[in-house]
Design a protein around this ligand. Structure first.
Ligand SMILES: [Mg+2]
Ligand SMILES: [Zn+2]
Length: 161
């Protein structure tokens, strides 16, 4: 079974400018690509789990999200990170839709665990909101790190990683 590094997107991977739907507004948080690369070298599978209520709200469409995701993954791959579209899970619903994927619901993490055979107990979740951490705990992820929005994270900040 593989260990995973679950990452929230907005505020962890990219600077949270609010409903980021285009590459022009997508700015990687300092050091995040190095962090993912290091984690991958230690055997962690990177998996992105992101709430995208902007789709339900009509601020941008699924196609915009997909296009931006492809661009983001290309940038990651250019830095040596091994990742593809199957490692990105998003919830397109709104807060009142009652879905099972919007964090703090654990649906996206459980789906990823099922798809990749993840050892959740020995996996990590990094998020900038309590709902990220709650989703991880409800899914049974053993280790969590709540960072500040857009904060640079280093491996040494993850105690016991
Ligand atoms: Mg966030
Ligand atoms: Zn959802």
């Amino acid at each position: 079974m593989k260990r995973a590094l679950f990452l929230d997107r907005d505020g962890v991977i990219n600077v949270d400018h609010g409903y980021v739907g285009t590459k022009e507004r997508f700015e990687f948080v300092e050091g995040v690509l190095e962090l993912i690369l290091k984690a991958q070298r230690r055997g962690y599978l990177p998996i992105i789990v992101t709430n995208q209520s902007a789709i339900a709200r009509g601020y941008y469409g699924s196609e915009d999200f997909e296009k931006l995701t492809d661009w983001m993954l290309e940038k990651m791959q250019e830095r040596g990170i091994v990742i593809d579209r199957s490692q990105v899970f998003h919830c397109p619903h709104g807060p009142d839709d009652g879905c099972k994927c919007r964090k703090p619901e654990p649906g996206m993490i459980l789906e990823a665990a099922n798809r990749f055979g993840i050892d959740l107990e020995n996996s990590w979740m990094i998020g900038d909101k309590p709902s990220d951490i709650e989703a991880a705990k409800r899914a049974g992820v053993g280790h969590t790190h709540l960072c500040r929005k857009n904060e640079k994270i280093e491996l040494k900040d993850l105690h016991g990683f």
